[in-house]
Design a protein around this ligand. Structure first.
Ligand code: F0G
Length: 363
């Protein structure tokens, strides 16, 4: 029998090897991440109006259903190269799911430190399924990251939070893909902000392709925090952050400076969206465009709606959505990650006959 071959190798490291901190000797730990669809959204474009074209970068279609896999393939590959016995992370859920999967793939151990009772059920299931050692603390994400920084100083652990530059390097790949697909950078790029690694990574990716003349323009970067968890927006640490969007329930982001630089250099903004706006945007995107994302991801869509409302556009250098803009919203995680947050009404139970069913569905 012929050996099985992979006709089209996928994965962030193989696709962007020359832009990443890897060598020919780096073992590649990959699950075929990246190359996610950039979905044109006609209804969203119509809602924005002004002749704008809106695309959604659907990161929920990565192997563990969030954007974290782009950075994790690089971070875990480098950890294996350096002979690390275990990876460790703090997480609001997605980083831990991704770290656990890539550690399993690499055959090394994974420890995750999580805020007790604050992790969406789908993400928690993933960490256990991939065989991570999960420790819940009576504290929030910021406490968990403090502990992980302390433990990560020990030689047996590699930290795979976005304070590890290999994570940011891998996450730049999403910006590369967008430039390759659009033929240039978009005019506006919107994304949710939690620990602020992703906005830092996108901006680094756009600048890199711009320097290499693979993009003529640079986008305006707009980051959205949940109103109850908005340290960068308010410019102060939030001791007890709160939001339904548990992935971005963070009061002291590690990449605060990176986020600030991204918005200042791109003449963008950090703004806030309320939990009810996030849930409404989540439902809008699922029911009008067929794209189901977790609440944190919908912050970018809620943010886009906010930008289009007269008088509500963010402050700083940004002065509104211009006519004919090409706009990309990153939606960071799949909707099935967090089934409990979904505010959709389930159909009522009826007696089993066709008439009742017809009446119930309103036809
Ligand atoms: N969206 C989702 C679905 C996330 O899981 C996160 C972060 C973000 C947005 C924000 O990205 O931190 O780079 O600004 N989740 C981390 C975690 C904190 O532990 O999974 P960021």
């Amino acid at each position: 029998m012929q050996a099985l071959t992979n006709p089209s190798p996928r994965g962030v490291i193989e696709r962007y090897r020359t832009h990443l901190p890897v060598t020919a000797g780096t073992p590649v730990v990959s699950l075929g991440e990246g190359s996610t669809p950039l979905i044109p959204c006609p209804r969203l474009s119509a809602a924005v109006g002004r002749g704008c074209e809106v695309f959604v970068k659907y990161e929920g279609l990565n192997p563990t259903c969030s954007f974290k896999d782009r950075g994790m393939t690089v971070a875990v590959s480098k950890a294996v190269e350096q002979g690390t016995a275990a990876v460790i992370c703090a997480s609001t859920g997605n980083t831990s799911a991704s770290a656990a999967a890539y550690a399993a793939r690499a055959g090394i151990r994974c420890a995750v430190v999580l805020p007790a009772g604050k992790i969406a059920s789908g993400k928690l299931v993933q960490a256990f399924a991939y065989g991570a050692r999960v420790v819940a603390i009576d504290g929030n994400f910021d406490d968990a990251l403090r502990i992980v920084r302390e433990l990560g100083a020990r030689p047996e652990f590699a930290i795979v939070n976005s304070i590890n530059p290999d994570r940011i390097a891998g996450q730049k790949s999403a910006a590369f893909e967008i430039v390759e697909e659009l033929g240039d950078a978009p005019d506006l790029h919107l994304l949710p902000v939690g620990n602020a690694g992703n906005i830092t990574a996108y901006w680094a990716g756009y600048r890199e392709f711009h320097r290499e003349k693979r993009a003529v323009t640079l986008p305006v970067m707009l980051g959205f925090q949940a109103a109850g968890s908005a340290p960068i927006y308010h410019d102060r640490i939030i001791a007890a952050p709160e939001t339904i969007a548990s992935a971005i329930r963070i009061g002291h982001p590690a990449s605060w400076t990176g986020a600030r630089q991204a918005i200042e250099q791109s003449h963008g903004a950090i703004d806030i969206v309320a939990d009810d706006e996030i849930l409404a945007a989540q439902q809008w995107l699922a029911s009008r465009e067929g794209i189901f994302v977790e609440p944190a991801s919908a912050a970018s869509i809620a943010g886009l709606f906010k930008c289009c409302e007269p008088g509500r556009a963010p402050r700083y250098g940004f002065d509104g959505v211009k006519e004919g803009s090409r706009i990309v919203c990153t939606v960071t995680g799949h909707g099935l990650k967090d089934p409990d947050a979904v505010g959709f009404d389930l159909a009522a139970t009826v007696q089993p006959n066709a008439d009742n069913v017809l009446r119930a569905i309103g036809f």
